[in-house]
Write a protein that binds this ligand. Structure first.
Ligand code: TMP
Ligand code: ASP
Length: 238
């Protein structure tokens, strides 16, 4: 029996005869507010899968190790099977979102050096912000592992900021997930406009369009994809 796990946005299945490999397929379903808000946008899965593949391939070229192995069709990729650590690792370069709500500060302020935060991946608890002591209390990661996660997240941030700068987009913040495989910590999950805030001036080209109830976010996602493609092909971004 092939192991299958279906989440809110993806389906993860073991690859038959693929040692320790899974196939991650992206769905068109969109949720926000910890599952409270739901919709479906045809083509979203394929678009976010493609952005994720391009970004993981770019990170690999830049010397970073991730779970990504190879593309598999137009809305999926093959990855190493990992045990996901239920932490959302958020990196912030510019104030926005929950940070502004929590601290009562305006959005759009540069954060230098960038901030790394850890949230518990738990919809029922609404993904609470964790302290390092909470993380150890829950047994989620050791002090040494947290240092590795923070360092990795900041390295990813350096690379992504540069990629998006060339795409004429501001990388405001993003969320990463990591997993364990054979005693190793690996960057996993996805990196796409569903998990990043990307601004072009005043315009959001990310999931905030959906979170704010401003209709389909797909136009923005496709714009992000087109620009990353151009950058990676060495073409000018229009
Ligand atoms: P936040 O400002 O809502 O805490 O979000 C910070 C970043 O993390 C933002 O780029 C959106 C991303 N994010 C996710 O990808 N999934 C989530 O469940 C949450 C809460 C945030
Ligand atoms: N809470 C997350 C978001 O707003 C995701 C979700 O609820 O599915 O992005």
């Amino acid at each position: 029996v092939v192991q299958r796990y279906e989440g809110k946005a993806k389906v993860v299945e073991d690859v038959v005869d693929g040692e320790g490999l899974v196939r991650i397929a992206f769905k068109d379903d969109a949720t926000a507010g910890d599952g409270a808000k739901k919709d479906r946008f045809l083509g979203k899965g394929a678009c976010c899968a493609e952005v994720s593949c391009l970004i993981f391939e770019y990170l690999r070229q830049r010397g970073l190790t991730t779970h990504f192995v190879r593309r598999a069709g137009d809305r999926a990729f093959v990855a190493r099977r990992v045990k996901i650590i239920p932490l959302e690792v958020v990196v912030r370069n510019v104030t926005a979102g929950s940070l502004c709500r929590r601290l009562g500060i305006e959005q759009g302020r540069q954060i230098d050096p960038p901030i790394v935060e850890f949230y518990l991946k738990d919809d029922e608890l609404h993904d609470p912000l964790l302290t390092e002591d909470y993380i150890r209390l829950l047994g989620l990661a050791s002090r040494e592992e947290l240092d590795v996660l923070r360092r990795e997240a900041l390295r990813v941030n350096d690379e992504l900021r540069e990629l998006f700068r060339r795409a004429r987009l501001l990388l405001v913040d993003f969320k990463l997930e990591f997993g364990r495989a054979a005693g190793e910590l690996l960057l996993a999950d996805e990196i796409s406009p569903e998990t990043c805030r990307l601004w072009d001036g005043q315009r959001s080209l990310d999931k905030d369009v959906f979170r704010r109830g401003e209709g389909s976010p797909l136009g923005g996602y496709r714009e992000v994809l087109a620009r990353i493609r151009s950058v990676l092909a060495g073409e000018p971004v229009s």
